[in-house]
Design a protein around this ligand. Sequence first.
Ligand code: SF4
Length: 270
Amino acid sequence: MTASTTDEPSVDVDPAFRRTFQERIVRWYRRAGRDLPWRSTTSPYHVAVSEILLQQTQAARVAPVFEEFVVRWPRVDDLHAASLEDVKSLTDPLGYHIRGFWLKELARIVVERHGGKVPDSLDALRELPGLGPYAAAAVYVFGLRRRAALLDTNIARVLTRAVGLPEDGSVYRDTRRLRDLAEQLVPARRHYDYHQGLMDLGATVCLARSPRCQRCPLRRGCRAVVGGAPAAVWREQGVVMAAERTVGYRVGSRKAVKAPQADPARRTSG
Ligand code: SF4
């Protein structure tokens, strides 16, 4: 029987590892982060718009639509007053047509229930149309500059590799272990740059099938890198990671908790 995700051992992150990890990402982001239009706004409303536009759509396609959107409807009241038809005429070419409706509904609720201000609690953000758990947390972190742990597929992949967790299906699920890990690694300050950097790393460097480790600021100390090559790639070539037999990690001290070996004398059939 497969252990439930709540039975997974947590990851105990060493403070020195955490500090180095955070500093390397923040420094790299300030030097090499992507120049995206929603990163130059301080409006939580604009960030919420960007998060809805970015769902299931690449940043490069979203950028020109976002820029036109915030020129046409710079404030949430402007969007509330706009017709659904006008909004959809701008957003529908991106595909995923429900988002035009979500944007209009979001504007209505922000204006009618929150006095025109994007709410500043995670619970209230999660109730807005089009904002699932990740997008709500992204508005909280990027729009309101509050501290919370973000976890999407790209971030999960970077964290999993950097600390050397086995790359199994959990990378694509929001498991308790990954959430714990993400929360432990968020810095007390500079969490905006830290998260933007993590997202850029996952989108441009730590790619799923072909990570560009030579350009990665985490390569010294990354637990997925063995002899200069990421172990995930090795495994695709039929090489089994030793770490796959471990069930818990003390990051930073290189201690791993080994999975108990089966005792052949006690093995029972069925
Ligand atoms: S060194 Fe390679 S595997 Fe490790 S985080 Fe960077 S890109 Fe990903």
